[in-house]
Design a protein. Structure first.
Length: 399
């Protein structure tokens, strides 16, 4: 590589402080124009550029949610983009992943109510030294998530810009229910006759544990990660498992991608609602914790199926063993049960009901009294059993 090859482009060196708000908005709006519904503003609605947007609420209601991401807490500038593009030691191209994730976690919340995303607003604060390339990537990531996750009716309707010492990305999303009732965490009153004296099936759409595995990959120093993966590959070859699918290095890349660019299954909420789901919520803080929340909202207790945890963890086991040779199985099962940010969808169904397409049974919700049945049979890993919401991510106690 020549010295010229190592020199970042002028655009990569440029910072937002030299652009001003109007220049930043030009970059954002150019990227947001790629959203499928960007040019579709029905009569009577108002898009970006005014003091506020005016959006349609076809049945008189809209779903609304918001999430914020803080630099060095929810994302890091030195994390690479998924494709590994780096500029001068900084993951400027990683802005795409931050934008993608900011959109995905909000789209997931709309999905969990059984709604279809209709709009996103972006509030962005950052220091003047923020590279233009990173902000360009952020905007492209927001638009890319809307496009690739299938939120075809979703527009980016506006937002706000501000200056601060660190970057904070806050996205608000709206959604339509198309005349259907929202599916809440709490069971509807009409469900009492269905649930009286019976347990409920707990089902999940989407992956579990992959984003947590990816966080471990990203948090491992690069040199140490290379050593661990190289040793694991040598062990694979020694065991004549070089053709195993996927290999440990590929697993590490897939896990990192799951953390950087989660893929909630949009439309699954509507599918579950139409199949008779009684309650739903998305998985942001871990299956064990969020299942506990879903159960507690209804005076019930959640029990994860230990066999499901082990099966789900089996694919991640080679990576867990590479990163933590002393307790790989325990690590993989903890990723599955307690790891967050996969943005899967949990739903409660009447016991024995047909499982909607794309979902699988992972446990049950039972009466809160008595000894947790799953905990009685819990294996030595402690990764399965009764979910009381105590295990999983907490923004204020986890560091």
């Amino acid at each position: 590589m020549t010295a010229a090859d190592r020199t970042p482009s002028p655009r990569a060196c440029q910072t937002v402080g030299g652009l001003g708000e109007s220049g930043i908005l030009r970059i954002l709006n150019r990227r947001f124009a790629a959203v499928p519904a960007a040019g579709d503003w029905p009569e009577g609605t108002v898009g970006p550029g005014d003091d506020a947007a005016v959006v349609a609420a076809p049945d008189g209601r809209f779903v609304i949610t918001t999430d914020a991401m803080a630099q060095d807490r929810d994302f890091r500038l030195d994390w690479p983009a998924v494709n590994g593009v780096m500029f001068n030691g900084h993951g400027l191209a990683g802005g795409y992943s931050t934008g993608w994730k900011a959109a995905a976690q909000n789209l997931s919340d709309i999905n969990a109510m059984g709604g279809e995303p209709s709009g996103l607003l972006l509030a962005l604060t950052m220091p003047p030294t923020t590279p233009v390339a990173w902000i360009d990537g952020l905007a492209a990531g927001l638009a890319g998530a809307v496009r690739h996750l299938g939120a075809t009716r979703c527009r980016i309707v506006g937002g706000d810009l501000g200056s601060d010492d660190r970057i904070t990305v806050a996205v608000t999303a709206t959604g339509d229910l198309d005349g259907r009732p929202a599916v809440r965490r709490t069971l509807p009153p009409a469900a009492s006759s269905v649930t009286a004296g019976h347990e409920l099936d707990l089902v999940l759409c989407g992956r579990a544990g992959w984003a947590a595995a990816g966080l471990n990959v990203l948090e491992t120093p690069r040199g140490r990660l290379s050593e661990l993966l190289r040793a694991a590959e040598q062990a694979e070859q020694a065991e004549q498992a070089e053709h195993a699918e996927p290999g440990v290095r590929r697993l590490s890349a897939l896990a990192a991608a799951a953390q950087l660019r989660p893929r909630p299954v949009l439309g699954a909420g509507r599918v579950a609602a139409e199949a008779g789901a009684l309650a739903m919520m998305d998985v942001s803080d871990g299956v064990l914790k969020d299942a506990g929340r879903l159960a507690a909202a209804n005076g019930l207790r959640a029990e994860l199926d230990p066999d499901w945890v082990r099966r789900e963890a089996s694919t991640l086991m080679p990576l867990a063993c590479a990163l933590d040779p002393a307790s790989g199985q325990r690590t993989a099962e903890r990723w599955v049960s307690a790891g967050g940010e996969d943005y899967g969808l949990l739903a409660a169904l009447p016991a024995g009901a047909a499982v909607p397409a794309g979902f699988r049974r992972i446990g049950r919700l039972v009466a809160a009294s008595g000894t947790p049945a799953a905990a009685e049979h819990e294996d030595s890993t402690g990764s399965a059993g009764s979910a009381d919401g105590a295990d999983g991510w907490d923004h204020f106690t986890d560091r």
